[in-house]
Design a protein around this ligand. Structure first.
Ligand code: SF4
Length: 205
């Protein structure tokens, strides 16, 4: 199996650290495919930071953006130490950094990890739905209905750590649910981005 730790989409580099994830979202592209736009993203081995940089050097010439995105085929914070090492190395090389996360990283790691993400320019948290019941139904999280409060707590902690944080939802959910997500965004002071499912869902939260 080819382990594609770094892949390029529209001139931007995406880093694929792990296939682990505490959710099993009904809409995840992992349910229906092996990767993104012809790039297989299932891994048979988690990378070291050196593996990631070796992969990055092979695709670097295709870059048209200075932003590096850590995202799926899995949850990047489930490979926290490698995530932090890679992020620090990319940052010192002058790149902007975005983390796309399901927001369950603190629950998964058993501690509040928000401050450990302070090298990121943006942390994008998948809100997915507007309440605990609907979140649990759509994500089939191993945390069940407790998952939603984990996500809200994580996002608040990232904001409190002084990191730019945004919520995302996919535009396939009901319009009234999007309005309720917008209410959450207003209450928390965390902006909400409504993502286009077809164009923008890389299974990356
Ligand atoms: S969409 Fe993201 S959070 Fe949901 S199962 Fe897929 S990788 Fe996990």
């Amino acid at each position: 199996m080819a382990n594609n730790y770094v892949y390029i989409l529209d001139g931007k580099a995406y880093v694929n650290l792990t296939n682990e994830c505490s959710n099993a979202c009904t809409f995840c592209i992992r349910n229906t495919g092996d990767g993104v736009r012809g790039t297989p993203l299932w891994l048979d081995k988690k990378p070291t930071a050196d593996d990631v940089f070796a992969a990055f050097s092979r695709v670097k010439d295709e870059l048209k953006s200075d932003e590096i995105v850590f995202c799926g085929f899995g949850e990047p914070t489930d490979a926290l130490e490698v995530l932090k090492e890679c992020a620090a190395r990319f940052k010192s090389a002058g790149y902007r950094l975005r983390l796309n996360t399901n927001g369950l990283g603190s629950a998964d790691n058993g501690r509040d990890i928000a401050k450990e993400l302070n090298v990121f320019d943006t942390v994008s948290v998948s809100l997915n739905q507007c309440d605990a019941d609907k979140y649990a139904a759509v994500t089939r999280s191993k945390y069940g209905k407790a998952a939603f409060s984990h996500v809200l707590g994580f996002a608040a902690a990232v904001k409190a750590a002084g990191i730019n944080v945004v919520f995302t939802v996919v535009d396939t959910i009901d319009g009234r649910d999007i309005e309720r997500c917008e209410d959450i965004a207003k209450k928390t002071g965390i902006p909400l981005r409504v993502r286009n499912y077809v164009a923008d869902n890389y299974g990356d939260n």
